[in-house]
Ligand binder design. Structure first.
Ligand code: NAD
Length: 491
């Protein structure tokens, strides 16, 4: 059992070697509900010894898992998908309690993760390599995909269920065993839940391990995960600052790390765009999940001919949105995840206002519920002009010339996603080609994503790609040759 309930607080355990266990020494920490500010669960506060046990369990389970036949492995992934789907109604309130996610985003994530698992069920039947032409007579050469061994998934808190699964599903489907280290802000929804689903589905002991930790305790766990030669690769989703640090740790040991990082995503509204649809798209893309998604629109660049009307109507829509209790199904926006997150958003706004920006909506909060915020005239020296503030804050700027809009869109170190609204689809595609982003959406929001797409960014947004492209990251490509004849040598 991963949890027991006493009054209103659940006590969770973590999954190591197929057993639900406490942290060594029995230490725990409180998991805080961001809306109430009260603990709703206790979680194992692990240390180095727990991480090592998880690595050892994954290493021991690897040979049998890598050798398991395609039919058996496929059946396990399909079973995991069915379990997750069956549990949807129970997981939605859990996501509200742990991460402040309102029900629309929670249901999207669960459905997304079910799709991810079903698609992963097809991986074992994909071709395992290619025949390569050899110039040597009688030599038959094959490029064969092989799993790496143990892969460590490190998940963020924000898209907890979708990204908890994404941190380990592709590695697992490629035949690796995994240690999942979820965010300390969402140890259940971005970690323990994955363990529960795979455990119930019958994944063999040690194939999936989950190690949770208290906020201040990541150091010794990270040391084990990054220093152990048994861990061959990392699948990291989180902030660019953490990603850069972990990339250098992995690089020091010449290990692979897949990076999915932050974003500062522009939306371009061209002169011929459908204004109503552009406003609907902007409201959704800027404020969904209270602006705590890597793909939220952070800057809206509007052709000057539409600017005043766009702004007036967009601001009215922003003011009409209110954050509240995410466990109420009618609530559209929930709270920010922590007090620090609220302070960071406030700081970003205050720095901009101090430099001359104007606030047209929001800027205020009740507890952690932050009002949708619209800023204009934000000068280039305000950090929020090009840096990700993880909250419901969006900048709106006019442009006269499309090339200037592209330049403004590219004026950030990030490059995750962009959107271009226009009646001329070819113009959208051609301008989109000039925007430095891993994903460009013509007449769609910056936000979205399906499990099979090559999701990922450029520049400081990272470089990993998911969908079938993840196979390149989580396998080795081995050359195998067979000589039909005895070869002739010069010595
Ligand atoms: P974060 O970088 O604070 O944490 C991410 C993970 O890294 C957590 O599990 C955390 O415990 C771990 N971590 C932190 N320091 C570590 C260390 N020294 N060693 C090992 N692990 C460590 O990010 P977050 O606040 O959880 O997530 C929000 C950020 O993630 C935003 O910047 C957002 O844009 C980005 N994000 C990107 C994507 C994407 O697909 N590109 C998706 C979701 C979120």
């Amino acid at each position: 059992m991963s949890s027991t309930t006493s009054r209103d607080t659940r006590a969770y355990r973590q999954l190591i070697a197929g057993e639900w266990v406490a942290a060594e020494g029995g230490r725990t920490f409180d998991d805080i509900n961001p809306y109430t500010g009260q603990p709703f669960a206790t979680i194992p506060a692990s240390g180095a010894a727990d991480a090592q046990r998880a690595i050892d369990a994954a290493a021991e389970a690897f040979p049998a898992w890598a050798a398991m036949g395609a039919r058996e492995r496929q059946a396990l992934f399909l079973k995991a998908a069915a379990i997750l789907e069956r549990r949807a109604d129970e997981i939605v309130p859990l996501m509200a309690e742990e991460t402040g996610s309102a029900s629309a985003f929670s249901r999207f994530q669960i459905q997304w993760a079910v799709g991810l698992l079903r698609q992963a069920a097809g991986y074992p039947y994909l071709p395992g390599g290619e025949i390569v032409q050899s110039d040597t007579p009688g030599v038959f050469a094959m490029a064969v995909r092989k799993p790496l061994g143990v892969v460590c998934g490190i998940s963020p808190w924000n898209g907890s269920v979708a990204l908890g699964f994404r941190s380990i599903v592709a590695p697992l489907a490629c035949g690796n065993t995994v240690v999942l280290k979820p965010s300390e802000e969402a140890p259940v929804c971005a970690g323990i839940l994955m363990g529960e689903v795979f455990h119930e589905a019958g994944f063999p002991p040690g194939v999936v391990n989950v190690v949770t930790h208290a906020p201040a305790d990541i150091g010794p766990i990270a040391d084990r995960l990054f220093d152990s030669p048994a861990v061959r690769a990392y699948n990291f989703t989180g902030s660019s600052a953490t990603g850069a640090r972990l990339a250098s740790r992995a690089g020091a040991k010449l290990k692979r790390i897949a990076l999915e990082l932050g974003g500062y995503n522009p939306m371009l509204v061209l002169a011929d765009a459908d204004l109503d649809y552009s406003i609907d798209t902007a409201v959704f893309a800027a404020f969904f999940h209270q602006g705590q998604i890597c793909m939220n629109t952070r800057k809206i660049l509007v052709h000057r001919s539409l600017y005043d009307t766009f702004l007036e109507r967009f601001v009215a829509r922003a003011k009409a949105l209110q954050a509240g209790d995410p466990s109420d199904p009618a609530t559209k926006l929930g709270p920010l995840i922590t007090e620090q997150a609220v302070a960071k958003v406030k700081q970003g706004i205050d720095e901009a206002l101090a430099r001359g920006a104007r606030l047209l909506a929001g800027g205020t909060c009740r507890g952690r519920c932050f009002d949708p915020t619209v800023l204009v005239d934000v000068p280039a020296d305000a950090p929020i002009h090009c840096e990700e503030v993880f909250g419901p804050v969006v900048l709106v700027e006019p442009f006269d010339d499309e090339q200037a809009a592209v330049q403004a869109a590219n004026g950030t170190a990030y490059g995750l996603t962009a959107s271009i609204m226009t009646a001329d689809v070819w113009r959208g595609i051609s301008l989109g080609g000039q925007v430095q982003a891993g994903m460009v959406n013509v007449n769609g929001p910056t936000m979205g994503g399906e499990p099979q797409i090559p999701f990922g960014g450029v520049k400081d947004s990272g470089w990993a790609r998911f969908g079938r492209w993840a196979i390149d990251i989580f396998t080795d490509l081995n050359l195998v040759t067979v000589s039909r004849n005895k070869r002739q040598y010069p010595l």
